[in-house]
Design a binder for this molecule. Structure first.
Ligand SMILES: NC(=O)C1=CN([C@@H]2O[C@H](COP(=O)(O)OP(=O)(O)OC[C@H]3O[C@@H](n4cnc5c(N)ncnc54)[C@H](OP(=O)(O)O)[C@@H]3O)[C@@H](O)[C@H]2O)C=CC1
Ligand SMILES: O=C(O)CCC(=O)C(=O)O
Length: 422
């Protein structure tokens, strides 16, 4: 399991798109019109390190499709980021934004770097350098970045400020996921994990009548994994296992997500939580006999190889691309319900949209209102996909991913047709 084979994510994204295009009865021309990004910007970022030498980092911004509005999607700082990975993630943003009925196209950014190895000053230099490379192509009506893996509100603040220095335009809406003082919302921090928990709860209601008492295993204890655990625990589910990059822990009676978080903050990893019954590996976590499995770390963790050993009846994709197309088909045919990433983890971008609207109208939306709208939209999207799956497709033959992609791809194609692009 690693970020390394990143070409694979693009291959997977193309496979899923092809399946949706075929299901919708569109031609090869339509597939090609949707497959390639509209623009990919490569950025070379020289950073003066604390020891005096200049180190060069490479980053990208992929702008996949703008039929429904400005490009929108996060920026990832990770040592294994590649251009292909960023393109694949930007394509997934196109479908995610369309499915959530947001007025956005899809974009994504990434810098190949281990941010944990940088000092605060070096990280600021890198963040500002990235914006110097892409500022001509972004803006509140052009492309609106946000946080993703290993980026955070402070990084968004530096990036927004750099945009202002370069353009003279102090536009808060150029970037979302900012600190509260700079037009952000505290709700953005919890939004993706909260949304994952809502998608799980609504699907569990359909499958079992409710989520109370259902056992849950979560891979990844960062922004998405921790808040998914916290809210599922509050909803009455039993979180029996969690993990991070150093491994996982298991407790049959359930873990307290906040206590585990405190231990991780103090010691660096969930594995140091002493009240757990035992330590487990990330591979073991995925194969636990639980009701609900939430991969919320990295892509491609459930593949043809381990799919036969997966025991969960419901998988909710917190991460982007954690289940390969082949594993999705195999598990769906076995009756496992998989809530796809473009639906399950849309809470982050839904909240980003609320922040962007608020920035443009001068700051009127309260945290309470934002959270209410976020929950309402997540419930509506989840139920819409479920209903479409059951009324228009054949569960068993088609997966919930097929339903979500059909709805999303159709919206993008229709927008392109209206614009005269198809
Ligand atoms: N943040 C957001 O709003 C959104 C995020 N996503 C997706 O969710 C996923 C997680 O993002 P996010 O929570 O923000 O990222 P974070 O950087 O906050 O957390 C990532 C977590 O994954 C863990 N991890 C990293 N590598 C591995 C590995 N090889 N095995 C197991 N765990 C690993 C990390 O461990 P450690 O703590 O030890 O570093 C960390 O706990 C990504 O796919 C991202 O694209 C999707 C939509 C929105
Ligand atoms: O909030 C945003 O715009 C970023 C969301 C994102 O990158 C994602 O959903 O993967």
């Amino acid at each position: 399991m690693s970020f390394t084979d990143s070409r694979r994510l693009l291959v997977e994204a193309e496979k899923i798109l092809r399946r949706a295009v075929e299901l919708l009865g569109y031609s090869e021309d339509v597939y090609n019109a949707l497959r390639f990004p509209e623009r990919v910007i490569q950025v070379k970022i020289p950073v003066r390190m604390d020891d005096g030498r200049v180190k060069v980092f490479i980053g990208w911004r992929s702008q996949h499709n703008s039929a429904l509005g400005p490009y929108k999607g996060g920026i990832r700082f990770h040592p294994a980021v590649t251009m292909e990975e960023v393109i694949a993630l930007s394509m997934m943003m196109t479908w995610k934004n369309a499915l959530a009925e947001l007025p956005y196209g899809g974009g994504k950014g990434g810098v190949k770097v281990d941010p944990h190895a940088l000092s605060k000053r070096e990280l600021e230099e890198l963040s500002r350098g990235y914006i110097r490379g892409i500022y001509k192509y972004i803006g509140p009506d052009a492309d609106i970045p946000a946080p993703d893996v290993y980026t955070n509100p402070q990084i968004m603040a530096w990036m927004m400020d750099e945009y202002y220095r370069l353009t003279g335009e102090n536009k808060l809406g150029v970037i979302t996921g900012k600190p509260k003082l700079l037009g952000g919302f505290e709700t953005r921090i919890i939004a993706t994990g909260f949304g994952v928990a809502i998608a799980a709860r609504e699907t569990a209601k359909k499958m079992w009548g409710g989520i109370e008492g259902r056992t849950v295993a979560i891979q990844g204890y960062g922004n998405v994994g921790y808040y998914a655990a916290k809210f599922l625990h509050e909803m009455g589910a039993t979180v029996v296992a969690v993990s991070d990059s150093r491994g996982g822990i298991y407790s049959s009676k359930g873990l307290n997500p906040d206590e585990v978080k405190q231990v991780k903050s103090k010691t660096g990893s969930v594995i140091n939580y002493e009240k757990a019954e035992k330590r487990i590996t990330n591979e073991e976590l995925l194969e636990l006999d639980v009701d609900i499995l939430i991969p919320a770390a990295i892509e491609d963790v459930i593949t043809e190889e381990n799919a036969p050993r997966i025991k969960a009846k419901l998988i909710v994709e917190g991460a982007n691309g954690p289940v390969t197309a082949a594993a999705d088909e195999y598990l769906s045919q076995r009756g496992v319900v998989i809530v796809p990433d473009i639906l399950a983890n849309a809470g982050g971008v839904i909240m980003s949209h609320i922040e962007w609207v608020d920035n443009r109208i001068g700051g009127w939306i309260s945290e309470e209102e934002a959270r209410r709208r976020l929950e309402e939209k997540m419930v509506r999207s989840t139920l819409a996909v479920w209903e479409f799956w059951h009324s228009e497709l054949e569960p068993g033959k088609h997966s919930m991913r097929d339903a979500a992609y059909s709805l999303a791809v159709k919206r993008v194609v229709e927008a392109m047709q209206l614009r005269g692009l198809l």
